[in-house]
Design a protein around this ligand. Structure first.
Ligand SMILES: Cc1ncc(COP(=O)(O)O)c(C=O)c1O
Length: 402
């Protein structure tokens, strides 16, 4: 279907929850995707931090093909080896002891919220259920996770929100300390706020939050839906920040593009979920778990993580140099291959200009450009991004109206 026609049909048949770019992506290979007209784009979006291994990675494709031929789905009424193996690999490489599987980031956070409430309920009774989260955070679009999300634009029109959530300023310890009460069951945060504009938690802040949680027996939940799976140069961001959570959520990159989410927890907490306390029909299905196992095997081989670390540093340095040269660039923030650039011009304009020049990038808010390419991105492709950004900023400085 021609792109123009597809756009019209989408408007007619698909609920209008997304503001889309005017291209139809039909194919991907490595770090590149191709639209219907055959135009090539270097993919600095990667499905918003999903396609870790790029597009069409042979190990991932083969694992999916093999599992699809053998068994696509079976119920959690039965045991399934890919699910157990995946849980074991995640446990072996994290602080956690057990895993609950679901299908998205929002569901993973929903599981984390339920787990924290159930654990606290069991230990302290029904009065201890509150969860403190951060302003500018993003945790998903279900009612619980949009309530947890510290952004009004995500909540507007869905009131009444759920009881038991409050929001404090990110990286502000005193405010958090003040917000903690006898009713606080958990503190939930992203080690790097992604959707909120790429803001990194300081190591000192996270250590103090950990100490506060330990001292008051409050659960610490890290939402690593965006930062997990090598995005920041280590398998999980918390490894670089020197602090372990009690519960962690994953999704996005976990299946390399196949939908899967996970909620990981340390043993005493995980035990609060018993048979019938939580469930998901598709959660941990064999196809998704086989995909995630293939992704993890590639990541744990080490080379891709090394590449992600090196390219993350290269991108961050390049963006910082770009900031030196262009007055319109206000700030560079991020870790590894999750980088944000705050600009004076409308971020949407930069996204559209990049698209015209064969680059997919994304905006997190009105003024922040977000770069989350596949972990296999090359130096040459980063150079191209930097060159295109420079051209756009130069042109804008010369003709601010364009
Ligand atoms: C940190 C974080 N948590 C949760 C979510 C929600 O994930 P999903 O869209 O898979 O429900 C996102 C999505 O952007 C996210 O960035």
């Amino acid at each position: 279907m021609p792109t123009e026609e597809l756009m019209q049909s989408a408007e007619q048949y698909v609920m209008g929850t997304y503001a889309r770019q005017p291209i139809s992506i039909v194919r991907g290979r490595g770090t590149k995707v191709y639209d219907l007209e055959g135009r090539e784009y270097v993919d600095f979006v990667a499905g918003i931090a999903v396609n870790l291994l790029g597009h069409g990675h042979p190990d991932l494709v083969l694992a999916i093909q093999k599992q699809a031929a053998q068994l696509i789905h079976t119920s959690n009424l039965y045991y399934s080896e890919p699910q157990v193996k995946l849980a074991q690999v995640l446990v072996d490489h994290s602080f956690a002891d057990q895993v609950f599987f679901c299908n998205s980031g929002a569901e993973a956070n929903e599981a984390a919220i339920k787990l924290a409430r159930r654990y606290s309920h069991g230990k302290y009774g029904a009065g201890r259920f509150e969860i403190i989260t951060m302003k500018q955070s993003f945790h998903g679009r279900t009612m619980a996770t949009l309530t947890a999300t510290g952004q009004e634009k995500v909540q507007k029109g869905y009131e009444p929100l759920l009881p038991g959530f409050s929001h404090v300023t990110f990286n502000h310890l005193a405010e958090l300390e003040q917000a903690v009460t006898e009713k606080t069951a958990a503190i939930m945060l992203e080690p790097i706020q992604g959707e909120g504009g790429v803001h990194v938690a300081s190591g000192d802040y996270l250590k103090a939050v950990r100490n506060l949680c330990t001292a008051r027996d409050i659960l610490l939940i890290f939402d690593e839906v965006q930062t997990g799976m090598g995005r920041t140069g280590t398998l999980f961001a918390y490894e670089q920040l020197g602090v372990e959570p009690d519960i962690m959520t994953l999704a996005k990159g976990l299946g390399g593009g196949v939908p899967i989410g996970a909620c990981l927890a340390a043993a005493p907490i995980a035990k609060a979920f018993g048979p019938g306390s939580h469930a998901s029909t598709f959660g941990g299905n064999p196809l998704a778990c086989a995909a995630a196992l293939a992704v993890l095997r590639v990541l744990l081989d080490g080379r891709v993580l090394d590449q992600a670390r090196r390219m993350g540093e290269y991108l961050s340095k390049g963006l910082s140099e770009c900031k030196e040269r262009h007055h319109g660039v206000r700030d560079i923030r991020g870790l590894g291959l999750l980088q944000g650039m705050e600009v004076e011009m409308d971020a949407k304009t930069v996204v559209a200009e990049c698209l015209k020049r064969g680059l997919l990038i994304n905006a997190a808010g009105d003024r922040v450009l977000r770069f989350v390419p596949p972990l296999i991105i090359s130096q040459r492709e980063i150079d191209r991004l930097l060159e295109v950004l420079s051209q756009i900023f130069d042109r804008h400085a010369a003709h601010p109206a364009h």
